[in-house]
Design a protein around this ligand. Sequence first.
Ligand code: NAD
Length: 390
Amino acid sequence: MIIGVPKESFPGERRVAMVPASIPLLTKAKCEVVVEDGAGLAAGYTDAAYAEKGAKLLPSRAEVFAAADIIIQVLCYGANDQTGREELPLMRSGQVLIGFLRPLGSPHTVAEIATKGLTAFSVELMPRITRSQNMDALSAMATVCGYKAVLQAADALPRFFPMLTTAAGTITPARVLVLGAGVAGLQAIATARRLGAVASAYDVRPAVKEQIHSLGGRYVELPLETGQSEDHRGYAKQQDEAFLQRQRELLTRVIADSDVVISTATVPGKRAPLLITADMVKRMAPGSVIVDLASERGGNCELTRLNERIIVHGVTIFGYFNLASTVPYHASQMYSRNLTAFLLNLLKDGQLNIDLQDEITRDTLVTRDRAVVHHLLAPAQPQPAAPQPS
Ligand code: NAD
């Protein structure tokens, strides 16, 4: 099997799907790796480093697509809605595509990929089971985003984060509120604490309370009936509008008392819940900062503008998406480890082994034999039988 690593083409994307350190693991598994010239440069990985680890460098994108049996990317067509379409003519029927495809947000693209005859795996659909933890690219990238969101906020805030006792008086620490304490939110709490801020967090899943405490954060208790707020995959369920309305009322005061709000709340396949209205922003002190990590999914704040930094009522609101790309060295390293683990699970004796009894393979496979085969995307199609307990 030849694994191809083209340079990412989404504008501004600096990550690369595979770093040199992963290559020996794949060559040991009887694979060859071909890399487009300069593919890792923006992330800090030179062509020489790839060559030294056994990769073959190819001068053009077209040659990488032509040579590879399996194409691995960070943003595949679907997740790459800017230039991804240009890649379709470079691919051929039977080729395998692995990466972020944003399948729930771009079903038409998935259909196009199927029509082309590609066998595509979407890393977003990785099951959240212990065995796949090292393949969980969503979690890896959310970790990077949570970290970077806090740095963005600290940079924009006209205050210190830590408490300081100086000859010029005592500085009180910044108050950071995290909305949505999933992977990104927990990393935001940890990063804010490392910088010396007082961190608190709220989530609809009460199970996160202990995790927040273990990071030195305070759990914001709201008198809301969350009921069965978590689905079987560990994700939040969508709340109804009455719940969200009450949640916003209760959060108004908490948000007004915060210097920084990092919002990360999302529900898979749905628009992000609206947690911060324009009126709530108005009640914040001038100079406060909101980093809306849910911007790509519609935003948690009513005023967020996608991929922009704006100031409204004196409050700076960041709506940048693709923050993971701004820490490209480590984001690529983490993603590369995720994909290598996934590939090693998918290959047997150097050949592709699509075993639908394997939950990891079955849940991530979105297209095969010119059809969309994932049950979340093609509910009308017959499903492969679930493995029977032995
Ligand atoms: P996510 O990105 O889908 O959502 C972020 C957070 O927003 C979640 O914690 C969610 O509960 C919260 N949220 C949704 N609606 C909200 C609302 N109205 N108000 C406040 N918060 C709201 O989630 P995620 O970060 O990808 O992870 C979800 C869970 O899955 C976490 O508990 C995480 O630890 C767990 N997880 C498990 C594994 C594994 O077992 N392998 C791997 C990764 C994550």
